[in-house]
Each structure stands twice: as C-alpha cells, then as structure tokens.
Design a protein around this ligand. Structure first.
Ligand SMILES: *Cc1c(COP(=O)(O)O)cnc(C)c1O
Length: 238
C-alpha cells in the first residue's frame, strides 16, 4: 500500500469511533444542561503511530495528547507538515525532559511542582507564544500518581503566574481507577472546586481537563471542559 492509501484506510476505521466519541460528548453536554460545544476533545494518541494521528487529523481532529516526551517528538517530526496540529503532554514530566517539552508542546497538562514550571518557563524558546499549562491535581490520594494535593494548588498557581513565558489555563486530574461512579464523581467535583477557587482568587483560568474513555459522561456532568480520550478512539493499547 502507498502511504496515502494506508492513511485513507485507517481514516475510515478511526472516523466512526471518533464520531461516536463526539456524539457521546454532545449527549453528555445536553444531559448536563450545558451549552453545545462547551467540551473539547483531546485525542490521546500515545502508543499509536503517526499515521493514526494523520488519519484523525484528516477527519478534523486538531488536538492530540501524549504521555512520553520522546514518543511525541518523533510523531511531531513525522507530522511537521500539519502546522495547526496541537500537542498536549498529559503524562508525568521529569525535569530532564523540560527543554524538549518546552520547545515542542503547545500545552503541558501535568505541571505539579514549581521546579518543573520554572524550567519550562526558562526553556520556552523566544518567539513562541507563552506555553499553556495546567496544574495536575491529585484528588485520589494515590501515592503512585503525580499531581499536587488540592491544598497546594493556590501556591503553585502563584508561582506559575509569576512566569511570563507560561500561561496558566486551569486544572487537570485523573480520579482513582476502578472506583464506583459515585466516588469518581466526587473526585471530579473536587477538581471543579479547585478551578473555582483559582477563579475566586482572581486567576483567569477556564480549563478543566478531566474525563477519559470510561468516565467522560461523569466528568462532563461535573463541569469538564476538555476530555482526554484514547481507547474509545484508537482502540485498546498493546
Ligand atoms: C492514557 C491517558 C488518557 C486516555 O485514557 P483512555 O482510557 O485510553 O481514554 C487520558 N489521560 C491521561 C493522563 C492518560 O495517561
């Protein structure tokens, strides 16, 4: 197969799944009595090849999420001709990867400490717009997971606001896996409260990144403005 026919055949494969996810999002938005179009879709393409991203781009998707800096850079390189494609980092960011991340991503959703924010700010290339960042909040209390505790959000927001090459946009979070709907809704609600507290403190933030393939409806009911969906679009990861 030539590359373009390969892209076309995976495009029809992914397009149905992508359309179905968009329909789930709009149904959840309606059920919550929220205005149409109030929730964005971030397509989480980790582990899937650049051609899968290209196929979804051809459907109209523009924002893609990745977990690993190196993997994302390889895809960004292969897709450099798609100049309006936007890359979000949703996985944990180590200090030694901030230079690459600051150069190539449009949004870092996993900022959870001042040191990483300061490095990103110092390493954002001049000439690029401020790097959008979200504060990752750990509302499940799992020690293995990244994220600042809810009571540390305001202090971290102040540190970020002092860095002119970063633009704080809001909050990201992941509830504990495999919990009942009630528990995950309570954790989504806590994330929404964190965003509201930042707004009350005068920060111009509007992004609440929460909800994945299995729980996007619950997240939208609690105020999510961006769901991060991998499996429901691309299929199960190997
Ligand atoms: C992998 C991942 C997702 C996507 O999860 P799915 O269940 O495949 O939709 C969303 N957010 C983060 C932070 C992830 O690591």
């Amino acid at each position: 197969m030539t590359r373009s026919t390969r892209v076309e055949s995976i495009m029809s494969h992914y397009e149905k799944a992508w359309q179905a996810v968009l329909q789930r999002i709009e149904a959840a938005v309606r059920a919550a009595g929220r205005p149409p179009g109030s929730v964005d879709l971030l397509a989480v393409s980790k582990t899937f090849p650049a051609d899968a991203v290209r196929a979804l781009y051809a459907c109209g998707q523009r924002a893609f999420g990745e977990n690993y800096v190196q993997e994302a850079l390889a895809k960004a390189e292969a897709l450099a001709d798609l100049t309006d494609l936007r890359w979000h980092l949703v996985g944990p960011l180590q200090s030694n990867k901030t230079r690459l991340a600051a150069a190539r991503f449009d949004c870092i959703e996993s900022v959870d400490r001042a040191k990483v924010a300061q490095r990103l700010a110092a390493q954002r290339p001049t000439g690029k717009p401020p790097l959008a960042v979200l504060i990752e909040v750990n509302v499940s209390g799992e020690a293995s997971k990244g994220g600042v505790a809810p009571d540390g959000v305001l202090a971290l927001a102040r540190e970020i606001a002092a860095l002119p090459t970063l633009a704080l946009r809001g909050i990201m979070g992941i509830p504990a896996p495999d919990t009942d709907v009630g528990t995950s809704r309570a954790q989504f609600r806590q994330l929404a409260t964190c965003l509201a507290r930042l707004q009350d403190a005068g920060f111009a933030v509007d992004t609440l990144s929460m909800g994945m393939s299995a729980d996007l409806e619950a997240a939208i009911a609690e105020g999510s403005t961006q769901v991060r969906v991998g499996t429901a679009i691309f299929g199960a990861r190997a």
